[in-house]
Design a protein around this ligand. Structure first.
Ligand code: IPE
Ligand code: IPE
Ligand code: MG
Length: 191
């Protein structure tokens, strides 16, 4: 059976969820944040070691401003308060884009003499030291990666759900995980 060490989620569909109820898009983002709590707790209970959540992309700056100083403070506070924790590691991808990340990693790698190896490049990614993605879920109905973890998800099992993120449930996650556990991962080889 497959191990599930690293789960990554593109939490899409928050704005549409709110609009459908005649509410502001920001209401959807608040509900989405509650969902993050629920799913994170559940992932920790399942023994998942890394949970990477796509919260805000480098391309999302094309939207009205979002990151107030008070929000930035809250994030710093949460980091400080959980620094001693040893269970699941929750990774928030904020102002993240894979193209930007890979370019920065290449430029850092160039400072080393000789050929850039896979190991050198990976040690300069934002996810240095974190194993590759096993399962990548995107909610919200679109089947694209939107510049998320393009390097790390090279052999990830992809799951696209029509559910809008605030409606995503532990039950749906369980269904995805049980399908993943039965998937034959070949990594280019044969069985
Ligand atoms: C994803 O939800 C979260 C962010 C990009 C911040 P959206 O805000 O993209 O919601 P939809 O996809 O428009 O419904
Ligand atoms: C992807 O959602 C980014 C996040 C969920 C943070 P987007 O809503 O930005 O993606 P596109 O624009 O539909 O590709
Ligand atoms: Mg979206």
């Amino acid at each position: 059976m497959n191990d599930l060490v690293h789960l990554a989620i593109i939490m899409d569909g928050n704005g549409r969820w709110a609009k459908r109820q005649g509410k502001e898009r920001s209401f959807g983002h608040k509900e989405g944040a509650k969902k993050v709590r629920e799913i994170t707790k559940y992932a920790a209970k399942m023994g998942i070691k890394y949970l990477t959540l796509y919260a805000f992309s480098t391309e999302n700056w094309n939207r009205p401003s979002k990151f107030s100083p008070s929000l930035q403070k809250e994030i710093a506070y949460a980091k400080e308060m959980t620094a001693h924790c040893t269970g699941l590691r929750q990774i928030l991808a904020i102002n993240y884009g894979a193209h930007d990340e890979i370019l920065r990693a290449i430029n850092k790698s160039l400072q080393v003499n000789g050929e850039i190896t896979k190991e050198i490049l990976e040690s300069n990614l934002d996810t240095a030291g974190i194993p590759p993605v096993d399962v990548l879920i995107r909610t919200g109905g679109d089947c694209r990666l939107s510049n998320f973890l393009l390097w790390q998800a090279a052999y990830a099992e992809l799951f696209f759900s029509k559910t809008l993120w605030p409606d995503f449930s532990v039950g749906e996650l369980e269904t995805i995980v049980s399908e993943y556990l039965q998937t034959e991962r070949r990594f280019g080889g044969i069985v």
